[in-house]
Design a protein around this ligand. Structure first.
Ligand code: BDR
Ligand code: CA
Length: 320
C-alpha cells in the first residue's frame, strides 16, 4: 500500500533557497503542500509574497493558497539579507510578476484555518524567521492538536552566519524562536551545521539550467545563485540546497541523523543574542548539581546528513 502524502505547510521568506524548497515540495509525491505563508526576512514581506507566488506559478502550483504575514520581528526592526538573495530577494533573475494575488486573510489566520481543516495532522516547515509561527502559537494555541511536528530551518549547534554564533532565521527574531521551541509538539532543528553541507555539484546545476522545463530551469538558475565555494574554473559552481534540505528531511527523514537534546535561544543583548545553545554534555554539570540548571526545550537536533542521498532526492524530484 502506498503511504498517503504528508500534509505540509511552509512558512518562508522567499528567498533563493526558500524558492528551491517550494519547488521541491510542489513536486515531491509524498508531500501535499496545503498552504504557504510569508514573513519578512531575506527581503521585505511584500517582496516575499511576490516571489512566493511567482515560484509557485512557475512550478505549476498556482492553486496553493499564499498569505502575507509579519512585516517585522516581534521586537526588533527587520534586517534583510538582500546582499545574499539579490535586491528582489530572488537572485535578480528577472522573473515575471505573478498573475495571482495572496489570499485576503493574514498568515496567522490562514495557518490556523489550514492546520485545523487538515484531515491528518500537518507538518509545519518554517524556513524563515519564526515571527508568524510565534504569533500563531500565542493567538491560536489550539492548533497544536493538529500539528504532527515542526521541522524548522534555523539555529546551529556549532557555527553561525548572521553572527559568529547565531544563524539568520533565529537571530532575526530570537523571541519568536524561543516561543517556537516551547510549542509542545515534536520539533526538528535543521540547523546550519547540516544546511551548509548539502550542495549540488556544478555539472548538475548546469544541466538543470539547460532544461526546457520551466521549474527545473528555475531550480538551476537559483542554485547557480548559491555557490557553495568559489569555482576554480569559474564556470561551473556547485549550488547549496539551503532551505530545501529541510523539506528533504520531511520527505525522507532517514537521511538525517538527529539527537533529542535540550536547546535554548540566547535572548540576552550582546555577542550571543540569537544563538541556539544546544546541550550535548553527557552528564549534568555543576549548574544542575547546585540547583542552578535552566529549563530547556527538548528538540531533535540535526547532527549529520546524508548529502549524496538528499542531492539525488532533490534532483530526481525536480526532474520528475
Ligand atoms: C537562512 O537564512 C536565509 O538567508 C536562508 O533563506 C535560510 O533560511 C540561513 O541562515
Ligand atoms: Ca529562508
Amino acid at each position: 500500500m502506498t503511504a498517503q502524502p504528508i500534509p505540509v505547510i511552509i512558512d518562508c521568506d522567499t528567498g533563493v533557497d526558500d524558492a528551491l524548497a517550494l519547488l521541491f515540495a510542489v513536486r515531491h509525491p509524498g508531500i501535499d503542500l496545503r498552504a504557504v505563508t510569508c514573513v519578512a526576512g531575506n527581503t521585505d514581506v511584500d517582496g516575499v509574497v511576490r516571489n512566493t507566488l511567482t515560484v509557485l506559478e512557475r512550478a505549476g502550483a498556482g492553486d496553493v493558497p499564499v498569505a502575507r504575514g509579519a512585516e517585522r520581528p516581534l521586537i526588533e526592526a527587520a534586517r534583510s539579507a538582500r546582499h545574499v538573495h539579490g535586491t528582489d530577494g530572488m537572485g535578480d533573475l528577472g522573473l515575471p510578476a505573478p498573475a495571482r494575488r495572496p489570499v485576503d486573510v493574514d498568515a496567522v489566520t490562514l495557518l490556523r484555518r489550514e492546520i485545523l481543516a487538515s484531515p491528518r495532522p500537518v507538518t509545519l516547515v518554517p524556513t524563515a524567521p519564526l515571527t508568524n509561527i510565534a504569533l500563531l502559537l500565542r493567538t491560536h494555541p489550539e492548533v497544536t492538536r493538529n500539528i504532527e511536528r515542526i521541522v524548522f530551518m534555523g539555529g546551529a549547534v556549532a557555527t553561525g552566519n548572521a553572527t559568529p554564533v547565531a544563524e539568520f532565521n533565529v537571530w532575526h527574531d530570537p523571541e519568536a524562536a524561543a516561543i517556537l521551541l516551547t510549542a509542545g509538539v515534536p520539533i526538528t532543528m535543521y540547523g546550519l551545521d547540516v544546511f551548509q553541507r548539502v550542495v549540488v555539484p556544478g555539472a548538475d546545476v548546469r544541466r538543470l539550467r539547460a532544461s526546457t522545463e520551466p521549474g527545473a530551469r528555475l531550480a538551476g538558475d537559483l542554485l547557480a545563485h548559491r555557490p557553495a565555494a568559489p569555482d576554480p574554473d569559474g564556470d561551473d559552481p556547485d549550488g547549496g540546497l539551503g532551505d530545501a534540505g529541510a523539506v528533504c528531511a520531511v520527505a525522507d527523514p532517514a537521511g538525517l541523523t538527529t539527537r533529542h537534546l535540550p536547546v535554548e535561544v540566547s535572548l540576552a543583548p550582546g555577542a550571543t543574542r540569537g544563538q541556539t545553545v544546544v546541550d550535548r554534555r553527557p552528564r549534568p554539570g555543576e549548574a544542575e548539581i547546585h540547583g542552578a540548571g535552566r529549563e530547556r526545550a527538548m528538540v531533535d537536533v540535526a547532527l549529520d546528513v546524508d548529502v549524496a542521498r538528499y542531492v539525488q532526492l532533490y534532483l530526481e524530484t525536480i526532474a520528475a
